[in-house]
Design a protein around this ligand. Structure first.
Ligand code: ZN
Length: 218
């Protein structure tokens, strides 16, 4: 399986706090745990590379694409967005992470103008409840996953209704959120997974890594 991990890779270069959490970038952290899990062909790509590192050749040789973006969604070239979209239609798997919810790509796949939600950065605890224990992505995941501190995302989340809803999050502030959603588009499968605000070490958590490894296999 060929995996490409795409990260905007801007916060890590400008914010010391983020660089401390992810010295190799969020993409580097994800690549490392995927390799530790046994995937042999994992490459990374970032926004500032030519064609954002997502040339036709790279995408043609990608079975699963991880996508993390936040502050520069508008800087992602429409040509590249359309190229990824076409690959999903042809059967490439796509894992959209955290603030990737507002990327041009995910909105195009959802058929929405904005995938808006409520949010707050308040260091709140998040409990992700497993509501589909029989799903392959939930293999080995218990009743819940507790994240000690995370950015709060709350409903209403203006996405298309998920084809399969795997997790619902609860936050200390009382919000709830559909935090692990599966979609089928064309021949492709899409997994939206909410955790992963850049200032918290969430992609270092073994339970989060397990879910993302399962998602790549799915
Ligand atoms: Zn965030």
């Amino acid at each position: 399986m060929n995996i490409t991990v795409w990260n905007e890779y801007l916060h890590e270069k400008t914010d010391e706090k983020v660089a401390r959490v992810y010295p190799k970038g969020i993409h580097g952290c994800i690549r490392d745990f995927l390799e530790e899990a046994g995937f042999e062909h994992v490459r990374t790509a970032t926004l500032e590379e030519p064609e954002h590192g997502l040339t036709q050749e790279v995408l043609d040789n990608t079975d699963v694409l991880f996508y993390w973006g936040h502050i520069a969604h508008d800087k992602v070239d429409d040509v590249v967005v359309n190229r990824i979209f076409e690959r999903v239609m042809d059967g490439m798997g796509l894992i959209v992470l955290h603030s990737g919810h507002e990327s041009k790509l995910f909105k195009k796949l959802m058929g929405t103008k904005s995938n808006e939600l409520r949010w707050r950065e308040n260091d709140e605890m998040e409990i992700m409840w497993n509501v589909y224990p029989g799903h392959p992505i939930m293999k080995g995941v218990g009743a819940n996953v507790v994240i000690p501190h995370e950015e709060t995302y709350g409903e209403y989340f203006n996405v298309a209704p998920p084809d399969e809803l795997l997790m619902i999050s609860w936050y200390e502030g009382g919000e709830v959120f559909r935090s692990a959603c599966c979609y089928n588009r064309g021949r492709g499968r899409i997994f939206y997974f909410k955790p992963g605000h850049e200032t918290y070490p969430i992609y270092h958590m073994p339970e989060i890594q397990k879910i993302l490894v399962n998602a790549a296999n799915w």
